[in-house]
Design a protein around this ligand. Structure first.
Ligand code: PMP
Length: 395
């Protein structure tokens, strides 16, 4: 056997870049007293009733595989959830799969629809997994860049400019990671017209649906004419504070679900059984907790946006998720330099915007899913840092 493993590694895996977020986690992990605004996960523990339901299922000995698509009882709850919260009808028996996180649902969607060289439009700045998952499925990710001037909203014209005869699908994620931007129904209708005109499929990542603050959330599948074109992706990680459970869901027209299920049954078999019991409880009895977490994020968003603007970092008010995406251009640093120096000098970890695509350069992502005292301290340190760079505050 050769010791040079490069010889054995596939070309596809070789060209895959490690996530830019990891680098900062690793750097921060080796340091003391770091306040991390870097992670994209709730600071809440999963509500007790959900944990208890999973424990109870173990006590009762529910330790076997479930149906590939997940417990029917859970799929029925998901079907009710999607109908009552988002006005979209999906049949529990043949239109829903319980996946291992939204991450796996996105992977399945691309694997099911892409041929070699098919293009997928990705609205950027974007969650770091999309482009690699498109590439792993043989497709070609094409960036559609948005900008702060427009609140990082994508326009139908921007989409149309990126379309070629190879474009098969578009990935939409609103509320967005990293910008927090959400689109209202009117804006989504305009995008839908473009999607119809060019006969595209839509992978709609609605993982932040429960974390929308100013306007009601609209599921893309509920827009006229889009149900047939949409693979709806959602999950338990964010709204229900269940990141470690690795439970997600996808819902789509049954012809597409059949294909995704075919792949899923070989790669995964089913999502973990005991955790699916927890998810049933989440959908039945947790909405008051979900709402109070949402309110708490909204309070923190308001505080963080106002403070960032006061200290001299321009920041639009995001409509959802738990991220802000302020401009750091006033410091004349690149986003990587800013994140690295801030970490070294003031021990605050943020994510440089360029890891989310070229249009993220000049920005940083800060998660406000941290306690108020931590946020206050982090912002104090950031103020000190940027003052040392000669940026004056608006206080
Ligand atoms: N989509 C987006 C936009 C995300 O931010 C994340 C998590 N950071 C995911 C999907 C993955 O979620 P899950 O934990 O359900 O795999």
């Amino acid at each position: 056997m050769k010791n040079d493993y490069a010889h054995y590694i596939s070309q596809t895996a070789k060209v895959l870049q490690p996530s830019g977020i990891r680098k900062f986690f690793d750097l921060a992990a080796g340091m003391k007293d770091v306040i991390s605004l870097g992670v994209g996960e709730p600071d809440f523990i999963t509500p007790w009733n959900i944990r208890e339901a999973a424990i109870l299922s173990m006590e009762q000995g529910f330790t076997s595989y479930t149906a590939n698509a997940g417990l029917l009882e859970l799929r029925e709850e998901i079907s009710i959830y999607l109908r009552t919260r988002f006005s979209v009808e999906y049949d529990a028996k043949n239109q829903i799969i319980v996946t291992v996180g939204a991450s796996q649902a996105i992977d399945l969607a691309f694997r099911a629809i892409l041929n070699q060289g098919d293009e997928v439009l990705i609205v950027e700045p974007a969650f770091v997994s999309y482009a690699p998952l498109v590439s792993l499925a043989g497709g070609k990710p094409i960036a559609v860049s948005t900008s702060a001037e427009n609140g990082f909203k994508v326009t139908p014209e921007q989409i149309e400019q990126a379309i070629t005869e190879k474009t098969k699908a578009i990935l939409l994620c609103f509320p967005n990671n990293p910008t927090g931007t959400s689109l209202n129904e009117t804006e989504l209708i305009e995008i839908a017209k473009m999607i119809n005109k060019h006969d595209l499929l839509v992978v709609s990542d609605e993982i932040y649906a429960e974390l929308t603050y100013d306007e009601t959330f609209t599921s893309f599948a509920s827009i006229d004419g889009m149900y047939e074109r949409t693979i709806l992706i959602n999950g338990f990680s964010k709204g229900f504070a269940m990141t470690g459970w690795r439970l997600g869901m996808l819902a789509a027209p049954k012809e597409l679900v059949e294909v995704m299920l075919k792949i899923f049954q070989y790669t995964t078999m089913c999502a973990p059984t005991m955790l699916q019991y927890g998810a049933i409880e989440a959908l039945r009895n947790t909405f008051h907790e979900v709402e109070s977490m949402q309110k708490s994020y909204r309070r923190r968003r308001n505080y963080v946006v106002q403070t960032l603007n006061n200290i001299g970092l321009d920041c639009h008010t995001p409509g959802g998720a738990f991220y802000v995406f302020p401009s750091i251009r006033a410091t004349r640093l690149t986003s990587e330099q800013f994140a690295e120096e801030l970490l070294m000098k003031e021990k605050v970890a943020v994510v440089p915007g360029n890891v989310f695509g070229e249009s993220g350069e000049g920005y940083i992502r800060c998660s406000y899913a941290s306690s108020m005292p931590q946020l206050q301290e982090a912002l104090k340190r950031m103020q000190r840092f940027i003052e040392a760079k000669g940026v004056s505050s608006n206080n």
